[in-house]
Write a protein of this length. Structure first.
Length: 278
């Protein structure tokens, strides 16, 4: 099975959502991730239900599978804010279903969020917060793909796997965003091998850590061995999952950022690696 590549509208905040999906198709991608983070035009409190359904229909008409949602849930929000966060999360679940039209899992990605406490002293608290989210997801037939993140202290494949083993919840899986592990010094192949059994979503970008500060860049613009990454995915039986490009705000917030050029650049880098792998 040949690899398929997807693109996240996280990179396209400044573009009308319907035009963003068309741009993704025209750039050669075969799957879409829709960003529902606050501040994006598709955030559910501000994106009407009718338009949500229309966006799903456009994705179907363009030949995409049902979109994945870039969820950005503050999983570890303090208790006084829990009800409001749960309500917003419920809106995201409902939107995920409105965009869904096939037999793929209804999938939403998230990190632990900005309210996550220190890992070493509070990892059980973080686990319990994810278990609460997993129970919510189960009631709405949604799968949560948990993403570790460089620059936080939930940043290694070992911690990601600990979360899966300790939660042991059917609605909690991993978003294997290889960039976060690699920039923090984890071996690429080891990271894939460790996370593969729990993976339901794959992200890629590139970057490095300079003077203890994470600097992301476009897929193909850094030192990551993309061919080796695809090879590790194939070895672990993950070739059937689309590999989604994520463009960091380090790039998309720059005044000289050109969304069309970024999407094309990343696709070419991935496609060249796919061809090289054979």
């Amino acid at each position: 099975m040949a690899f398929k590549f997807g693109y996240s509208t996280y990179a396209l905040q400044m573009i009308d959502p319907f035009e963003a999906v068309r741009l993704i198709k025209e750039s050669g991608y075969q799957a879409v991730e829709v960003c529902v983070r606050e501040g994006w035009p598709t955030a559910p409190p501000h994106f009407p239900r009718e338009q949500q359904g229309d966006l799903g229909k456009l994705c179907e008409d363009l030949g995409f599978p049902s979109p994945v949602l870039f969820g950005s849930i503050d999983v570890c929000v303090p208790e006084p804010d829990r009800l409001a966060m749960d309500d917003l999360t419920k809106q995201k679940f409902e939107m995920a279903h409105r965009l869904h039209f096939d037999d793929t899992p209804v999938l939403l990605t998230t990190t632990p969020g900005q309210s996550a406490p220190p890992w070493e002293s509070s990892k059980e608290q973080i686990r319990d917060a994810f278990l609460h989210l997993g129970d919510m997801a189960a009631r709405d037939d949604v799968v949560i793909a948990v993403e570790a993140h460089a620059g936080t202290d939930f940043e290694t494949p070992e911690k990601a796997v600990w979360m899966m083993e300790q939660s042991n919840h059917p609605n909690l899986k991993l978003d294997l965003d290889i960039s976060h592990f690699v920039v923090e010094g984890s071996d690429l192949v080891h990271s894939v091998d460790l996370c593969a059994p729990y993976t339901s979503m794959i992200h890629i970008k590139d970057g490095e850590k300079i003077d203890d500060e994470v600097q992301f860049c476009l897929t193909g613009a850094g030192a990551m061995d993309i061919t080796a990454f695809l090879g590790a995915l194939r070895k672990n039986g993950l070739e059937h999952m689309p590999v989604f490009v994520e463009v960091s705000r380090h790039q998309s917030s720059q005044p000289d950022y050109v969304p069309e050029a970024a999407a094309a650049f990343c696709f070419e880098a991935l496609d060249n690696a796919r061809i090289q792998l054979g």
